[in-house]
Design a binder for this molecule. Structure first.
Ligand code: BES
Ligand code: MN
Ligand code: MN
Length: 462
């Protein structure tokens, strides 16, 4: 494409300062105290889509946070790319672990990003990656090189399960009609190892509550004589994995697809250093399901993890008490074919069945979604592959990711089109963690690569 590199070079300072403005708004969807900020972020996205050349931009109300929809239809006979992204972010806590405040973005160099990385909540997930698409659009419209139709659908509830987006998609088949869905909300293997995400895991997220006695008790007067909900809960949780770290819920693995030897050998070819992996996390060993490699454990295998656990006394000093209740939040990452509702039911009945007499157990499902795999012989994948090859000088590697974007499976089901996951983040970007950042190089490389996807997708669709 003509002068994309020089355009990016010429405008990069503005591309960065505009993103920084967006990152200053704390659009935390999980926390209702930030409702105003989430709403004003939607307005900011609308303004930017208009400035980038969309002919129509709307704030579409839902029962939750609005969806920003934008489009530029140049010719009904040309293909249509639907871009999806999210403008909401995860809560930033624990705040004290940030080296600079999460909503006061700064550009600082890191070992991996000597040219600088933008530090802020949402820098990579997903404001930075979503905004690459807005700037790619700006380039294409400003230089008269938009080769096809574009639609944008940017939501504000991804980090809380996209509950209202499903209804919006179901009710708007015609409006959202497209030939391919394009998302940058994942990562790549390394800066010099471009990759395209071909799979996402599904998710089932539940909360459990164990209730023992009707009030907190003196741990001397009652200890040993009544069930302690925290003791019981931790024992129940521990029993969910066996000695080989297989999950013990009956039926859990029934629909899990076993990859062939060839497929696993192919996966193992992706560059990976276990030593560097351990070093980056400061751990002396990895841990996981027997019989699988680290990269298999975090992509093609389902998991069960406690995300939070609480109960009893956690204040200063010691308080001798047996709490009345104990709680945990548990996520299960699922692989394609496992149905998240079925798995949620299996979890619920198993967890209830292992509760000992003397406690009551309540399981509350939160949210979930199906896993996703996309083929590498589709026009969309081929177009993405050519785009990366041009800007990275290397053919990208297909890679299944361990993360989840539950709405992607629903897109395919409702809109009947494939999703291409062109992520430019790195695992070390610390998404959802303190000090989230996004390399300036990655950000600009994304802006450079995206227009080429449009070009090749349009050419290959002819
Ligand atoms: N962008 C992430 C998902 C992701 C990150 C996929 C990196 C692959 C690589 C997304 O915003 C996210 O965090 N999803 C949640 C699920 C959601 C229902 C809260 C997740 O994976 O925990
Ligand atoms: Mn995301
Ligand atoms: Mn996220």
């Amino acid at each position: 494409m003509e002068n994309i590199q020089s355009y990016v070079n010429q405008h990069k300072d503005r591309f960065l300062s505009e993103l920084i403005e967006l990152l200053k708004i704390p659009s935390i969807s999980a926390d209702s105290a930030y409702k105003k900020d989430v709403l004003s972020t939607a307005e900011a996205v609308k303004t930017q889509l208009e400035a980038a050349g969309c002919d129509l931009v709307e704030i579409c109300e839902t029962n939750g946070y609005p969806i920003v929809y934008g489009e530029k239809i140049i010719d009904k006979n040309l293909p249509t790319v639907l871009v999806y992204g999210h403008y909401d972010v995860q809560p930033p806590d624990p705040l004290e672990l940030w080296t600079s405040p999460p909503f006061e973005p700064v550009i600082k160099p890191t070992e991996l990003h000597p040219e600088g990385a933008i530090f802020a909540r949402g820098a990579c997930d997903d404001k930075g990656q979503m905004y690459m698409h807005v700037k790619a659009m700006e380039f294409m419209t400003n230089t008269n090189q938009l080769p096809c139709n574009v639609k944008f659908m940017i939501e504000g509830e991804e980090e809380v399960g996209s509950e209202n987006l499903g209804d919006f998609v179901k009710a708007n088949h015609e409006k959202l009609k497209n030939d391919v869905i394009l998302i940058s909300d994942t990562g790549m293997i390394a800066k010099d190892v471009p990759s395209i995400t071909t799979g996402l895991r599904g998710l089932s997220y539940v909360e459990v509550e164990v209730t023992g006695p009707n009030r907190d008790l003196h741990s001397g007067l009652y200890g040993g004589a009544v069930a302690n909900p925290i003791n019981v809960l931790t024992k129940m949780i521990a029993s969910l994995h066996d000695d080989n770290n297989h999950i013990t819920i009956p039926g859990f693995y029934d629909k899990v697809e076993e990859l062939s030897k060839e497929e696993r050998a192919q996966m193992a070819k992706a560059p990976f250093s276990l030593e560097n992996y351990k070093k980056a996390l400061d751990i002396d060993a990895v841990y996981g399901e027997e019989g699988y490699t680290t990269n298999e454990r975090n992509s093609i295998r389902p998991t069960l993890d406690v995300n939070g656990i609480w109960g009893g006394y956690i204040g200063e000093g010691a308080k001798t008490v047996i709490a009345s209740k104990a709680y945990a939040k548990i996520s299960m990452r699922l692989v394609p074919n496992q149905d998240w509702k079925e798995i949620t039911d299996l979890f619920k009945s198993h967890f209830e069945s292992i509760a000992p007499a003397g406690v009551k157990v309540k399981v509350t499902p939160h949210h979930g979604g199906q896993g996703y795999v996309t083929p590498i012989d589709s026009i969309g994948y081929q177009a993405a592959s050519k785009a990366y090859s041009d800007t990275f000088g290397k053919t990208p590697i297909p890679q299944r990711s361990g993360g989840s974007i539950p709405i992607v499976a629903l897109f395919e089901q409702e809109l009947k089109s494939k999703t291409i996951l062109m992520g430019f983040g790195l695992d070390s970007d610390a998404i959802h963690s303190p000090n989230e950042h996004f390399g300036v190089w990655n950000y600009l490389k994304g802006i450079e690569t995206i227009p080429l996807f449009y070009k090749y997708f349009t050419e290959l669709s002819k």
